[in-house]
Design a protein around this ligand. Sequence first.
Ligand SMILES: [Zn+2]
Length: 364
Amino acid sequence: MLHRVVFAAALALASAPALAGDVIIDFLDVGQGDGVLIRGAGKAVLIDAGIRDAAVYKQLRTLGVDQLDLLIATHPHADHIGGMTDVVQNIPVKMYMDSGQPHTTETYKRLAAAVTEKGIHRMRATAGMNLKLGDEAVLHVLSPGASYIKNTRSDLNSNSVVVWLEHGEIDALFTGDAEAPTESALLRAGVEEMDLLKVAHHGSDHSSTHGFLSRVSPEIAVISCGEGNRYGHPDVETLDRLAGLGALVFRTDLSGQIRAISNGTELDVLEGDITMFAAAPITQIATDVPLMTAAPVTPAPAPAEPVTPVQTPVEAPTTTPADDTEADEAPSWLSGVRPSAPVEEPSGRGKKKKGKKGKKRGEP
Ligand SMILES: [Zn+2]
């Protein structure tokens, strides 16, 4: 049964210009893990690929995805990259981005080898990079910063790639398995309200602090976790905090796949059978807009005042750090602030408050 709920962006203005195309966000049913497909302007971006058994590459095919413009591994744990090697080997991928943190597992090594073997352009996500989908949607990398957060309960989790999708008046935040230290850094960097939040770390109690959730204050919260998982995700206190903020919570363990469709002013949420989603028309995705083109260089917050003042990234033997030489090879639709570039005061950026007039899309 397909369940449908429509949410208007808070205080979306009637005068907001109509956007040419929708952005469709699919939270794939990957059991205990994460897998999020974002499509808009004829482009497809996958954030994480679940465990291998979830066979995300097959799900992508069912959804009609024959190419990925960008593949993001938020961090190298198997519940996020376990299915990624199969994706890389079965679906053409133009660009791969990760947090730049290597892992010792065979799962990680296999993925790194596959990315290399396929000759996929590889980048280390760094706060300040912007990836533009057509003219109207932008993915902003908010974390990790140029320096990593160190000495946390899980540095791999804490340095998850965090991206903010901005589509007209609609804002969505994808947090990987970011934990409390990441949330503190995002707060310092000025992260603001979001319409939709992919709740960090499967709703665990290592994330979703009250301060962070209060600031982000999502209308829709999506938790990706497995039915009856052995970790007890999501944590009951996380659910309580979300409920206390009035967020409507969707869970993949209860709903299976969850789809959110943004038209730039409203979010339309559906949950249910993947085959019904596949049958649903996706014709509203604009295909006449150019390839992702360089977004205006908006110096992004570096959430990364490191928790400890580490000046150099951890060793990343098989990962290409973002540096000047890499910038020359980056696809034209990627723009970024190099780690050494000056960073504006965090308060000077970040999304505007909901309902504020005259959102200046496209301005530098
Ligand atoms: Zn995870």
